[in-house]
Design a protein around this ligand. Structure first.
Ligand code: C6P
Length: 421
């Protein structure tokens, strides 16, 4: 154990811009007792908890506004349509898109990425074309590309990363060529926390004539997203990781691309005219929203964006950066902790293994102490392969987490060390 001077939690917190206790009071679930301990919820990368502002919005929506959207001539249908379309405007502002039509409500990042692969990919890809996907992607940003590659005769190529968990930019540049049609990259890697230089990577892809699809699932809770500044062509994110309900997310696409793309699914809402001679399709965004959408959770998504704005996304990022610095400093004291993901720019995630204790055993011991983390391959098997490990433990942070919870995690790790050591 090396000597590292740690800031005490109190000192660190006093320097904070946030009143974390006041924020915690907005999340009743954080007071839950788990195995006779107060919950320390450090599994936000999997899904964050929901503030009262979001749950009350859902209750109000169902109590006073609900009907189907875009269909009825009655007052409630108007209210529901107004609430749903107003959520789209909020989502548009959240990613700083130019036009609300560029925002498609989807179930989450997975559906957003599949939509792009199925619609844009099926339309554009020819045999021999190449799709570049980084080694640190979540399976959601690998498998849809493999599926469409199989059907179109195109090829998925991996952009490698180094042992710090950073994309090797030289290799990326070398892989780009005139056959590259699509580059699919994550903004923040869920298994490592790496923040990728998206703007620069988009510029390089565009120089090669490729479009860029950004997986922003782990970025949206931590980083202010600006699709105009990034100049990405598509960007997908999940509401449930950024304080919104489950089952809702957004896909941003550049208007001129979405307008030219074929529909993804057929059904109500997405058509202009239907006949047995053939059908024509609605304008964007409705062309890509077949069937009754997830109205209530879209409205909840809008409330979650407002929740984050009320705190300030930069303030959230600063607080989480302090937590991340703190957890790294704590871990440095132990020689038996190996950290995965030492990129220069990181957000939200601390992934590690403990010598002599399997990640799953560690997760179970921590759970008995009330500390919730995630263990496993994190749907990023290529990352596990890179580091030659079957599973890691991962603590992932949200705005309501505290230094005290990190201390509790290390106390629980000490306990596991004693049990298994
Ligand atoms: N990662 C995690 O614990 P969905 O399931 O569609 O909301 O998100 C999929 C997804 C896509 N990309 C990244 C970078 C992600 O982290 C995730 C979800 C969770 O890390 C569940 S595996």
């Amino acid at each position: 154990m090396s000597e590292v001077a740690l800031k005490t939690p109190t000192e660190t917190q006093s320097g904070n811009l946030l009143d974390v206790q006041e924020i915690r009071a907005q999340f009743p679930i954080l007071g839950e007792i788990v195995h006779e301990n107060t919950l320390a919820y450090l599994d936000n990368g999997a899904s964050s908890q929901k503030p009262i502002a979001v749950t009350e919005t859902l209750e109000r929506y169902y109590a006073t506004q609900h009907a189907n959207v875009h269909r009825g001539v009655h007052e409630l249908s108007d209210r529901a349509t107004e609430a749903y379309e107003s959520a789209r405007k909020t989502a548009c502002k959240f990613v700083n898109a130019n036009r609300t039509e560029e925002i498609i409500f989807v179930r989450g990042t997975t559906e957003g990425l599949n939509l792009v692969a199925e619609s844009y990919g099926r339309w554009k890809l020819q045999p021999g074309d190449e799709i570049l996907v980084s080694e640190m992607e979540h399976h959601s940003n690998i498998v849809p590309w493999q599926l469409i590659a199989e059907r179109t005769g195109s090829i998925v190529r991996m952009i490698p990363m180094n042992d710090n968990g950073e994309i090797i930019q030289e290799d990326y540049l070398n892989l780009l060529n005139d056959k590259t049609q699509i580059v699919a990259i994550t903004y923040v890697a869920n298994s490592l926390g790496t923040v990728n230089p998206i703007k620069e990577m988009v510029r390089m892809a565009h120089d090669a004539g490729a479009v860029v699809v950004v997986d922003a699932a782990q970025a949206a809770p931590h980083i202010s997203i600006d699709v105009v500044d990034l100049d990405c062509d598509f960007l997908a994110l999940s509401g449930h990781k950024m304080y919104a309900p489950t089952g809702i997310g957004i896909l941003y696409g550049k208007g001129e691309l979405l307008e030219a793309m074929p529909p993804y699914q057929g059904g109500g809402e997405m058509i202009r005219r239907v006949s047995f001679e053939g059908s024509t399709y609605a304008d964007i965004p409705h062309r890509f929203e077949a069937g009754t959408p997830n109205i209530a959770d879209a409205v909840g998504f809008g409330a979650a964006c407002q929740f984050m704005w009320d705190i300030g996304i930069d303030e959230i990022a600063t607080h989480e950066k302090e937590l991340l610095d703190y957890v790294h400093k704590c871990a440095d004291r132990y020689e038996d902790i190996r950290i995965y993901g030492n990129a220069k720019h990181k957000a939200g995630v601390f992934a590690f293994t403990l010598d002599k204790v399997h990640a799953h055993d560690l997760g179970t011991v921590l759970d008995r102490q009330g500390v919730a983390i995630r263990v496993g391959h994190h749907c990023a098997m290529p990352v596990m392969k890179h580091f030659n490990v079957a599973a890691t433990a991962r603590a992932s942070f949200a705005v309501y987490n505290t230094y005290d919870e990190i201390d509790r995690m290390f106390e629980a790790i000490n306990f596991a060390r004693e049990l298994f050591g």
